[in-house]
Design a protein around this ligand. Structure first.
Ligand code: LLP
Length: 422
């Protein structure tokens, strides 16, 4: 391997720091025992991040419906449920998982832009807290099922507020051009029909303008939008039970400042308080994102160009798709940094695609084959979006809680995969 420090005077010798641990548990020890790649989640962080959001509401009535799509490992869901959290499910399967860990139907909101006939047929009889509807057609389909059951369905209307979340285009959902929600004018027309629809009970208005939102302004605008609409509906004689302002609060992947949960909640409460209605939020990333890391091992190092090398690790887009899909940045650190000149690395995964880059152009202490690295802030949309591409097994998940660790999900095996095939 070549040292490049002489060409990069700004970098210099990397200081040797202590080995990475999670709540006192050695990452090296866990990786030795379980193998790599693996996810390690710190339950204490899940708790503290949930509590920070919850306490920020003070005595303002609210419910935190954790968005399962971010990470629905049952070990994490149990932690959230113990704290008094509720659930936001995006499919009938997430509803099923939520129920298996003990969430009551009355604690689940069913969101999502495409709910199949089968999903609705199963969901409506459950008596969920709300089905957040995305179109006039979906509302009619729910209505027919409710009528056949002889019991009104609780629904919320997801309105598309045409607000720019200023996030990555793949995860911005609040603009008119996006597929989500009912546009404002159509929503007004739809809402006016409720008084003549006995099999539908309108319980809320819902907005969700996107994910990884790092400035307060769009979140505040969305809350004001929903509050204004809630006020209008009340004056029109359609009383609501609550307002659902969705999820979307971002986290800092690179250390740049982001909105503090307390400022976010203060803005929501300030916007909604005039209506007196309880607030529902659907946070995913802000609760679990920073709470987990992906642990991987260096399996090869080879020259890349005159100034840098490829470091191939045993985790890639199959374990963490975000860098390949969104060009997302995740910090990568050696578990036990070595002394020596900082080097220029392209950290790549083992998958047969050039998009399988986990970290571009990283300046790091020297790595060697066999070293462990962690990919930080991988708790949200990491393992949840993992795949079997290249027949790579889904990675195991370890939860660290009160200084102890346990395998919360074992590594998938080829037998597991093939058991689905005939
Ligand atoms: N509610 C609804 C209706 C949603 O669609 C989402 C996320 C959430 C709540 C939770 O949003 P959060 O608080 O986590 O931002 N895979 C992408 C993120 C997709 C988000 C999808 N919807 C990523 O890795 O960045």
């Amino acid at each position: 391997m070549i040292a490049f420090s002489s060409r990069m005077p700004s970098t210099g010798i990397s200081p040797v720091s202590p080995a990475i641990s999670c709540d006192g548990v050695s990452i090296t020890a866990v990786a030795e025992a379980v193998g790599t790649p693996l996810y390690v989640t710190d339950a204490a962080q899940v708790r503290s991040r949930f509590e920070a959001l919850h306490h920020a509401f003070g005595d303002y009535p609210h419910a935190l419906h954790y968005a399962l799509k971010a990470n629905s490992l049952t070990g994490i869901l149990r932690v959230i449920r113990e704290l008094g959290g509720a659930a936001d499910a995006n499919s009938i399967w997430e509803i099923e998982v939520a129920r298996r860990v003990g969430f009551e139907p009355s604690e689940i909101v069913f969101t999502g832009v495409g709910k199949s006939g089968d999903e609705l047929a199963q969901a409506v009889p459950l008596g969920l807290k709300a089905i957040n509807v995305e179109s006039a057609g979906e509302l009619s389909r729910i209505e027919r099922i409710a009528e056949s059951l002889g019991r009104p369905a609780r629904v919320a209307v997801r309105v598309n507020p045409d607000i720019d979340a200023k996030s990555h285009p793949h995860i911005s959902t609040g603009l008119k051009i996006n597929k989500f929600g009912v546009p404002l004018d159509a929503a007004r027309e739809l809402l006016a029909t409720f008084s003549a629809r006995p099999w539908l009970q309108l319980v809320a208005i819902h907005v969700h303008i996107g994910s990884q939102i790092t400035s307060l302004e769009p979140l505040e605008r969305a809350a004001t939008f929903v509050a204004t609409m809630g006020g209008e509906l009340r004056r029109a004689g359609l009383p609501l039970e609550y307002l659902d302002v969705g999820g979307g609060l971002g986290i800092s992947y690179d250390g740049a400042p982001v909105v503090a949960p307390s400022d976010y909640v203060s803005a929501l409460v300030a916007a909604v308080r005039p209506t007196g209605l309880p607030i529902v939020i659907e946070p995913g990333r802000s609760i679990v994102g920073p709470a987990a890391m992906l642990v991987a091992r260096v399996i090869d190092i080879k020259p890349r160009n005159a100034v840098s090398e490829f470091v191939v690790i045993d985790a890639g887009m199959t374990e963490l798709m975000r860098p390949a899909l969104y060009g997302a940045f995740h910090r990568i650190d050696a578990v036990q940094p070595r002394a020596g000149d900082v080097r220029h690395y392209e950290i790549v995964g083992p998958v047969c695609e050039s998009s399988d880059v986990v970290g571009r152009d990283r300046m790091m202490a020297p790595l060697e084959v066999g070293d462990l690295v962690v990919v930080r802030d991988a708790g949200a949309y990491g393992s949840a979006m993992a795949s079997n591409y290249n027949r790579r097994p889904l990675p195991p998940e370890v939860i660290v809680d009160r200084g102890e660790w346990r395998v919360a999900r074992r590594r998938q095996t080829v037998d597991d995969m093939l058991s689905l095939e005939s």
